[in-house]
Design a protein around this ligand. Sequence first.
Ligand SMILES: [Zn+2]
Length: 346
Amino acid sequence: MKLLKELCETYGAPGFEDRIREIYRREMAPLVDRIETDGIGNVIAIKEGSTDSPVKVMVAGHMDEIGFVVKHVDDNGFLRLSPLGGFDAKTLIAKRVCVRASSGEDLIGMIGSKPTHIMTPEDRKKMPTVPELFVDVGLDGPAARETIEIGDSVTLHQSFSQNGNRVTCKSMDNRVSIYTLIEATKRIDNPNVSAYLVATSQEEVGLRGAMTASHRIEPDCGIAIDVTLACDTPGAKPDEQISALGGGVAIKVHDSSSISCPQLVRFCRELARAKDIPFQMEVLTRGGTDAGGIQRGGSAVPAITLSVPCRYVHTVVETVDVPDLQATIDLLVEFLNRAHEVDLSY
Ligand SMILES: [Zn+2]
């Protein structure tokens, strides 16, 4: 779990994924034939097939995590934020953040709030909103303005922990996918498939990297690896669970960004059954993945998502089950070993 810990604890807001790019290139360089980087920051690791016309498969995992940029530094040194991605503001109160300051420093700050002691009954009923939040980096106005520029990126700050089979950190969404791509690449060797393993940028702001990568690669089919909601917790009804921790990799039927190619859904389910890989089916009514970007790229691409179930998505305590992650890697490897066999004709 050392690599997953490093990936999760590293900062990479949408559009500011440079540190994740470095890790991905470092890990992929010994495993693939070549690595390309495009103009939006996607890193494409390519393992070529060796037959006459290998099937081109694009696999996407997004590097970015929900984050912010600084939009204002006030006279007292407090920062205001512009969000990059979907936040529930009440999960942000009293959290630590990292401001990647233009001065070159990583400044650990905190999201402050009014103490309960001085809240009015009205204050208590109100839900916080992102524009009202402020970050305190412990600097006064002049010092903050000297160190921090408008547009510097900000992410949540959290350390990784493990309890038995469960691992918890910020950014499990979606560093589990970067981990999956790297671990799967160590095990694939199918001369009939050229694998394009893409660490995508800017997924959290609208699947932007996946779309441009798919245009560039023009794959025959594509798979996005991402987390999905595991609402197997108190307060959610059985029909609202989406997925459950410990139930295996989730094979997505649809979400609000894509309807998975039915032939790929069948193929993945058959592979999982044949290889005894634990799996669950996933229907997600709201949310999207890079599969939506892949599908609309190239000249229209059959695509699917394989998901890692995750509790508390888009908070600093995103939690996944290690055997589920292993099942996701296993199914991706099986897919890449057999992808030349699937009939994708409509
Ligand atoms: Zn994600």
